[in-house]
Design a protein around this ligand. Sequence first.
Ligand code: ZN
Length: 465
Amino acid sequence: MTASADSAAFAAFDALVASRLAEWTAELVEYLAIPSEGGDDASLRAAADWTAARLRRAGATVDVVEVPGAPPLVVGELGDGPRVINAVQHYDVQPAAPLELWTTPPYQPDVRDGRVWARGATDNKGEFLPRLWALEAYRDAIGPLPCRVRFLVEGQEETGSGALDALLDLRPHWRVADAALIEGGGLDLAGRPGVVGGGKGIVVFELLCHTLAHDAHSSLSVVLPNAGHRLIAALATFWDAEGRPAIHGLDAGKRPPTPAQLAVIAGMDMAELDDIRADWDVPVFLGGLDGAAAQEALTFETTLNLQGLWAGHTETTPKTVTPAEAHARLDIRIVPDQDPDEILAAVRRHLDTRGFADITIIPREGERAWWTPPDHIVVTTAAAVSADVAGMTASIGVSMAGTVPMWQVCGRDRVPATTLGAGRADCRAHAPDENIRIDDLAAAARMMGRFVDALARLPEVPRVP
Ligand SMILES: [Zn+2]
């Protein structure tokens, strides 16, 4: 246990954060100018180098590791003390295209209206840097860091973190930690912080149906099997008449919700369901789901989604052809403790028993879910420091809807994780005109300083049961 920094110390810390904000913003602009999209190896390398240099400048011990076929993992560790926090970040960004939808070019960061506009402004460069700035400001305003903070900054997050396990295996002690920070955090438009202890996992795969040696003249479709017909017939068995998944075994390995999780769901704002219906212009949800049942389904159900399908001739002019090949891509969002391989095996069994053994499954992505209970002390501590900075109570959720690579970092030792920070609901992550409010950069840094301090003071930090 470390003595708590008092409120006078945090007043000095907050003042330092405010005085450094302009300099920090300029630094973020420099980082954002690197177009580190997946597939652009030179820019990924440049972003990794920038990240490593910046961590070194903060006094971190830096180690950069690589495995073939993936961008480097940059790891920087600062501070002392018995507790270790893993901060899981990334320097890669989503593709900026379509470029014409941006008000200013995505890699010429623009500062206007109190925000920085660029790809990566929030996700994740503008969420990573405030955490590092906070540690520097803490040291300068308050004193030595009361915890060790290990930044794990990967370059493959936006394309599935496929190499993260192998990279972490190179230094197994990197997974050893008392708590982990998910890449960022959230504020709604009113500035209310939202904190969650994890995200869903995901399985992405393609189906390939091949019926002919090559495409045929459509007059032969009387006698030749059409790959498109066959794939559609297979897909028709995947959902019931109400559009709900009908693959046996899709629920394999699921943990039942805990009373604490169900209480969080019951306390959710059901009006957001009206927003979803209005936004997508649907009068009723699938199967007539509504209220707490709909929120429970959104949180705890394994999804089965068709992303797209393609076969034959799809140009505007007709062509009388019988396609030899048909393709579909699907994603399945999974929850604890489901295993991507078991889920794919269930899809395989389903196809086989329905008479589609000839259809090939091509796995594309597989990540497990990781949830820390909403009443865990790491989550409630993040909520408390967020509320302290935002000046209003934080909402606590069960899971983010998306996928973050927390299983790879936390799963083995059951390390508790939480979001922390200040990405705003209108930050347009993954979309054109991504931005971050400069005030929110300061808020995120102030939350991080307080979190590190509070975590050091907790009498104990239990593992996730
Ligand atoms: Zn991200």
